[in-house]
Ligand binder design. Structure first.
Ligand SMILES: *[C@@H]1O[C@H](CO)[C@@H](O)[C@H](O)[C@H]1NC(C)=O
Ligand SMILES: *[C@@H]1O[C@H](CO)[C@@H](O)[C@H](O)[C@H]1NC(C)=O
Length: 324
């Protein structure tokens, strides 16, 4: 592990964020009925999204899944008008000639959409949520993606694109990605047929990290009725899973996606001189998860006020200082 770490304490974070630590005393208990829409870009039947669906349900969330019928990685925030499929869904998970959208007959909360990730998020928000939630989701969870989405890749990432579309529809959204690509091409059936495989253990570890993040987000100190700052999506990257890196040991770092330009100013924490570490550097340095705040359209780093707000809302994660 290369990164030097210190727990973020009030003394290190300056006046602006000093209140954050005290807020931990007034965290609200986890409500358990929060309405979550999950989507991704690797497709509705990959092990990684199904592991997450199971984990969030087990944790008490009210979950629906709406994701592309097949791998639509790299399609950014593209939108289309989904048309009927002629071929089976990925891993033969739906029959050929089965329409533009469909669901698992034994679990109608599991839905596929013959379109892009943003189409799947759209269908989930506009069509499924009114049925299952009688309203809008509290949060859209996009991913975890198979493979990282740090730096420039946020421009083409379907995982980030779907989250951006949700924010455009005024639904708070977080994109998650896991640096381990080992779950590529793995079907949901492996969760039961090969429960000890590295792929399945990895999918479940990322699902546990996502669950931990959601618990912290929903336990946020009272700030405003909105779950996240307006016009902001969060892009979270999980590290590769080697050794003992898991949901208990992972350390969370507030990051930026792009090199800081002259006119940018980041939140001042950890004696950082106003520059947050880069997300790719952080997740490459060991058992660290990066959290970057981005604008939903251009996918550029948010300003220091938004970063400070995110730090405040997610204080239950226990962010650490990082110096690579
Ligand atoms: C549909 O759901 C059932 C029950 O949870 C499960 O056994 C089956 O594998 C699922 N199939 C697909 C394609 O999701
Ligand atoms: C989807 O496609 C991308 C790009 O071709 C690839 O990197 C990724 O591993 C694929 N995902 C799965 C689950 O196969």
């Amino acid at each position: 592990m290369r990164g030097a770490v210190a727990i973020l304490r009030a003394s290190a974070v300056g006046a602006l964020v000093a209140g954050v630590i005290a807020d931990q005393n007034v965290l609200q208990p986890f409500a358990g009925s929060d309405k979550i829409l999950i989507t991704n870009d690797d497709g509705w039947a990959v092990a990684q999204i199904r592991a997450e669906y199971a984990a969030l349900k087990d944790a008490g969330y009210n979950v629906i899944l709406s994701a592309p019928a097949e791998n639509k990685s790299g399609s950014g925030g593209l939108l289309s008008k989904p048309g009927p499929r002629t071929t089976p869904c990925e891993f033969n998970s739906c029959p050929a000639d089965s329409g533009a959208t469909g669901f698992n007959a034994s679990d109608p909360r599991l839905n596929w959409v013959n379109g892009y990730p943003a189409d799947a998020a759209d269908f989930g928000i506009n069509t499924l949520a009114p049925q299952f939630f009688a309203g809008v989701p509290d949060l859209v969870v996009s991913g975890p993606n198979v493979g990282p989405n740090t730096g420039l890749s946020v421009f083409v990432s379907g995982t980030v694109g779907a989250a951006g579309h949700a924010v455009h529809l005024n639904v708070p959204a977080v994109a998650f990605s896991g640096a381990d690509g080992s779950t590529a091409q793995e079907a949901w059936t492996d969760l039961s047929t090969a429960p000890k495989s590295a792929t399945v253990v990895g999918a479940e570890t990322y699902a546990a990290m996502t669950t931990k993040f959601l618990h912290a987000l929903f336990a946020q100190p009272p700030t405003s009725p909105a779950l996240l700052p307006a016009d902001t999506l969060l892009n979270v990257n999980f590290p590769a899973l080697s050794g003992t890196c898991n949901a208990d040991s992972v350390q969370w770092v507030l990051t930026r996606a792009f090199p800081k330009l002259l006119w940018d100013s980041d939140v001042e924490i950890c004696n950082n001189g106003g520059t947050l570490p880069n997300d790719g550097t952080v997740v490459g340095a060991g058992c660290f998860a990066s959290v970057s705040a981005l604008s939903p359209t251009l996918k550029l780093d948010s300003d220091s006020d938004v970063q400070a707000d995110v730090l405040h809302r997610l204080s239950a994660l226990g962010f650490v200082c990082f110096s690579g």
